[in-house]
Design a binder for this molecule. Structure first.
Ligand SMILES: NC(=O)c1ccc[n+]([C@@H]2O[C@H](COP(=O)([O-])OP(=O)(O)OC[C@H]3O[C@@H](n4cnc5c(N)ncnc54)[C@H](OP(=O)(O)O)[C@@H]3O)[C@@H](O)[C@H]2O)c1
Length: 243
């Protein structure tokens, strides 16, 4: 019951890793507020949890962020797993796609953290999300690696600036079976999971529950701040990908 009496806002809490985090917070006695753009999806998740509150937001829309912050109750922890990504060869990926990704994965979380500050109780924490590509590049993912690197730099800067009242950390997942890949052809998705898993020391890709456990640690451990925590099955030490 380590979250007894605490409220955790999970932006991205209607799907994937964010939803697993919300589930684990509830199981540990906490209250959750889950957010993303799709209100119906959030309502379905809340109905399944049988507790908690849905507070829709579009992180890339300033008016929506302001309304979200206004409606947000006092919270102990803010977790921002929401994002969207763009991939493609450097020479071909339209710059507009990259700018949209920076809006969704960097400026969105940046604005949400800023807007939530006045609702964060002293002793609380903020958890951002990056990903392995910041430090272990992948083909056709240079832009995504760059935005992940920006989130990690922001984490360290804010940990310094917002302490001692608020701790700030970043969770960097490797490949995790999640709703993020729901739009893929199922066969291609399994092939991708198998190929990535085979290249990792643990021999498989991760689960949303495994990633969520790391977020629970970052929220609960009161001596952890300014950290980028890799939960990646050993991705950082895997064999180099073949061209
Ligand atoms: N899964 C992986 O393999 C993996 C690997 C490396 C890094 N990561 C990172 O880990 C984090 C969580 O990943 P995940 O797999 O849980 O992703 P996910 O299941 O796709 O969840 C992300 C959610 O973000 C929400 N979202 C997107 N744009 C938004 C916006 N502008 N405003 C508000 N919400 C928005 C979407 O919900 P709505 O459509 O309802 O808005 C989406 O369901 C992400 O930052 C991701 O980049 C994941």
């Amino acid at each position: 019951m380590r979250f007894q009496g605490q409220t955790v806002a999970v932006v991205g809490g209607g799907s994937g890793i964010g939803k697993a985090i919300a589930r684990q917070v509830i199981a540990a006695g906490g209250e959750v507020v889950i957010s993303s753009r799709d209100g119906a999806k959030l309502d379905t998740a809340i109905a399944k949890f049988a507790t908690g509150r849905a507070l829709p937001v579009d992180m890339t829309d300033a008016a929506s962020v302001a309304a979200w912050a206004e409606a947000l109750p006092e919270i102990d922890h803010l977790v921002i797993s929401a994002s969207s990504a763009a991939h493609g060869p450097f020479a071909e990926l339209p710059e507009t796609d990259l700018r949209r990704m920076f809006d969704a994965k960097f400026f969105g979380p940046y604005s949400m953290a800023k807007a939530a500050l006045k609702k964060l109780r002293p002793g609380g924490s903020i958890t951002f999300f990056s990903g392995v590509l910041s430090r272990r590049p992948g083909m056709n993912c240079s832009g995504l690696g760059a935005v992940n690197g920006a989130v990690e730099a922001l984490t360290r800067g804010l940990a310094l600036e917002l302490g001692p009242d608020v701790r700030v950390n970043c969770l960097s997942p490797g490949m995790v079976r999640s709703d993020a890949y729901a739009g893929m052809n199922p066969k291609a998705r399994e092939t991708m999971y198998d190929a990535t898993g085979a290249s990792l020391p643990v021999g498989r890709v991760g689960t949303v529950e495994e990633a969520a456990e790391a977020a629970i640690f970052l929220m609960s451990n009161t001596y952890t701040s300014g950290v980028v925590l890799d939960v990646d099955g050993g991705h950082m030490i895997r064999q180099y990908a073949q061209r």
